[in-house]
Design a protein around this ligand. Structure first.
Ligand code: CA
Length: 401
């Protein structure tokens, strides 16, 4: 379910030639054979050979993958819906058990990469239920099919040669090149570029095996987070309470302020407990607007979490589950019941915003950073509290005007 793409992978895409930067793509099998031939040629040029290169001979265009890709995405759910299902009590309890069981490995990962055990464990839980569901789809076929497809080839083409390199380097056998339908591999669902670039052999057997070696999974996940900007000893997410009088336009992931400022505006910890009024900076994250749950999102959230997955609902849930595993209580739904817009209403809103000239990407029913920024601008225009969260009132206002 995760699709993270590193800046480095994008750089590779821009720098590379032929298939990676080719404009051609297709929404059917027509033309796929030519694309595959181009991939094979470039892989050979980049040093892929033998058994690894031969993997491309088995690949076919797979319409079932495209069908999965077009299905309505779970990230159109609200934070409370998604977190309610995904940050389950079982995952909290079992996560803590696994941290105790693998204490030495987690301690070594924290010492080496600075990432605490609950953070790693929450991703392990969300991605595959601690390795129980790593998927059986052929990875290279998935990457080629989605790399040919026109919806977002730029995310998949840079993964293809790194996937072949995993076979070539002996990290995974051809039979082990299986995983989630969109090409993610192993217990924390790495895309091939990140696997090749950031996985570490943490059990010392000479292979980086994110399918079967729990130490390799723990060390590699910590290393990837560190490479994404994780800072040791710093928090990531903290639930807070916010007063009705807050300047709501300051609640924006792009605005980080010292905790002292949030304290001045009346933000407190859970149960009204005083926050430290110091210089540590954080953004105020309101995943369902001013009347829903509230969090301070620290630098580790705005850097490492949002790089892992660009969906705010997923990232907030992963960070929240990590706080639960670390001992925090269940999130409060906030000051009042928030009724999230349904999928069709979000798409309708996005179409209106796009027509007004906002860059919201494709109207996809997911409330991403672009949609939030556009909503905030329209809330300010309408004199509404500018918390960046779209409501039925805002949609009605925009449809009326
Ligand atoms: Ca290993």
């Amino acid at each position: 379910m995760r699709l993270k793409i590193s800046i480095a992978a994008l750089g590779l895409l821009l720098a590379s030639t032929s298939f990676a930067s080719a404009a051609s793509c297709g929404n059917t099998a027509q033309g796929f054979a030519g694309f595959l031939a181009g991939v094979k040629q470039q892989a050979a040029q980049q040093g892929v050979n033998g058994e690894a290169l031969a993997q491309l001979d088995q690949v076919q265009y797979d319409p079932a993958i495209i069908k999965r890709d077009r299905a309505q995405n779970v990230f159109s759910q609200s934070f409370l819906q998604f977190a309610g299902r995904m940050a389950s009590d079982f995952r909290v309890t079992h996560g803590r058990e696994l941290i105790a069981k693998y204490k030495d490995v987690f301690d070594r990962a924290q010492k080496q990469y600075g990432v605490p055990a609950p953070v790693i464990t929450a991703f392990w839980a969300l991605e595959t239920d601690f390795g129980a569901d790593i998927g059986k789809s052929p990875t290279i076929q998935a990457l080629l099919t989605l790399g040919w497809d026109c919806r977002r080839p730029e995310k998949f083409r840079p993964q293809i040669i790194p996937a072949l390199m995993l076979v070539q380097n002996g990290d995974l056998s051809p039979d082990e090149m299986r995983g989630a339908w969109a090409g993610e591999i192993g217990q924390t669902q790495f895309m091939a570029y990140d696997y090749n670039d950031s996985a570490v052999d943490f059990d010392g057997d000479g292979k980086r095996n994110l399918r079967d070696s729990i130490p390799d999974v723990i060390g590699s996940t910590a290393n990837l987070l560190k490479k994404s900007g994780w800072v040791a000893g710093q928090p990531w997410l903290q639930e807070v309470q916010v007063p009705e009088s807050l300047p709501w336009d300051q609640a924006d992931l792009a605005i980080s302020l010292p905790r002292a400022q949030w304290v001045k505006w009346g933000v407190t910890g859970v149960g009204g407990k005083a926050l430290k009024g110091d210089k540590v900076t954080a953004a105020l994250l309101l995943p369902m607007g001013k009347d829903g749950p509230a969090f301070l999102a620290y630098g580790n959230f705005t850097k490492a979490y949002l790089k892992w997955n660009e969906s705010l609902v997923y990232s907030t849930t992963a960070a929240y589950l990590a706080t639960r595993i670390a001992g925090a209580g269940k999130v409060s739904p906030g000051r009042g019941a928030v009724t999230p817009l349904d999928f069709k209403s979000i798409v309708a809103l996005q179409n209106i915003l796009a027509a007004k000239g906002y860059d919201i990407g494709k109207p996809d029913g997911k409330i991403g950073a672009g949609t939030r920024a556009a909503v905030k601008a329209e809330q300010i225009k309408a004199g509404l509290p500018a918390d960046s969260y779209p409501t039925a009132d805002l949609l009605a206002h925009l449809q009326g005007g």
